[in-house]
Design a protein around this ligand. Structure first.
Ligand code: GLY
Length: 312
């Protein structure tokens, strides 16, 4: 069985990912091929090129990739000037004795590996940033105190203004039965410079283990970091929970966390048999999947996991 499961914005790349698997390629190559097309998509302002910038108007990318067969992983955080963060994360996994590079070191490594630099801030994204700065908080660029003052006034400024797309998640299962999980994002729009979210943090937004399954997250990354959500899901699977039980339990863990900016977290999970689930704290999130028998991807709503107090 070959299969790809992705967040809804992965629709532009899922066909390319499946093609890699159909040709006998690895789950790692499939995930990279799929995510690169999302990173390239100028209409997606939450991932790669055209992503919305940080407070200073700089696009900073986070990405990670994990090989379920070996549990090798690579990641980049607060990474500027290069569009294919997922490919650089893969190179970190394959070419260095490290798992995670950030900031200037990640940029230096990308240059050394021969990646081509590109201006990531598009006119459209810059215009959105300028409008936010003009209309809401021109003083935000002055530093932490002003930033926190304004956050109290404008909590929504810290929220991704285009939540339906958010981060991109891909999980692929190849013909050898190996899983790979990849995540890429430009993170929260208008974030504090240098902020790294769960997408780059193995165990938080990304985890893959061929014995049990793989999980990728989108949404409020700080929560997924604090609860190690992706790793938790895989651990719950290893303890005998079903896919829905493991996903629900991990989202319920998030409801235990105090957080003034509590925002939705969503996840996709696939096990080595190709069974999958997708769920969310929000009630309006979708995802896509396609296996080797399907002519086109299927887009479906995610299972909604409401707060315990909201359940009937
Ligand atoms: N989940 C993406 C982020 O928090 O940056």
């Amino acid at each position: 069985m070959i299969k790809v499961v992705a967040s809804a914005n992965g629709i532009v790349g899922i066909g390319a990912a499946l093609d890699v698997l159909k040709r006998g390629g690895s789950a790692i190559s499939a995930v990279e091929a799929g995510i690169k097309l999302v990173e390239d998509n100028p209409l997606d302002h939450t991932v790669g090129y055209a992503g919305l910038p940080n407070l200073l108007g700089e696009v900073e990318l986070d990405a990670s990739i994990m090989d379920g067969r070996t549990r090798a992983a690579g990641a980049v955080g607060a990474f500027k000037d290069y569009p294919y963060a997922i490919s650089v994360a893969r190179k970190v996994m394959e070419e260095l004795p490290h798992c995670f590079l950030v900031g200037e070191g990640a940029r230096r490594f990308a240059r050394e590996m021969g990646f081509e630099a590109k201006e990531l801030l598009t006119d459209v994204a810059e215009e959105k940033w300028k409008r936010m700065m003009d209309e809401h908080a021109p003083e935000l660029s002055r530093g932490r105190d002003a930033y926190m003052d304004r956050i109290r006034d404008f909590v929504r400024l810290t929220r991704d203004p285009e939540r339906p797309n958010e981060t991109v998640n891909f999980i692929a299962l190849d013909s050898r039965g190996s899983l790979c999980c990849g995540v890429s994002t430009s993170g929260w729009a208008w974030k504090y410079p240098g902020r790294v979210g769960d997408s780059a943090v193995i165990g938080a937004g990304n985890y893959a283990d061929d014995r049990w399954g793989a999980c990728a997250c989108t949404g409020r990354g700080e929560l997924a970091i604090r609860a190690a959500t992706a790793r938790s899901v895989v651990l719950y699977l290893s303890q005998g929970m079903s896919l829905p039980q493991a996903g629900e339990r991990a989202l319920e863990d998030l409801y235990q966390l105090e957080d003034a900016y509590f925002g939705p977290v969503s996840l996709i999970v696939m096990n080595p048999r190709g069974e999958h689930v997708a769920m969310s704290i929000a009630d309006d999130m979708e995802y896509v999947y396609q296996d080797g028998e399907m002519m086109e991807p299927k887009k479906l709503g995610r299972h909604h996991v409401p707060r315990p107090g909201d359940r009937s």
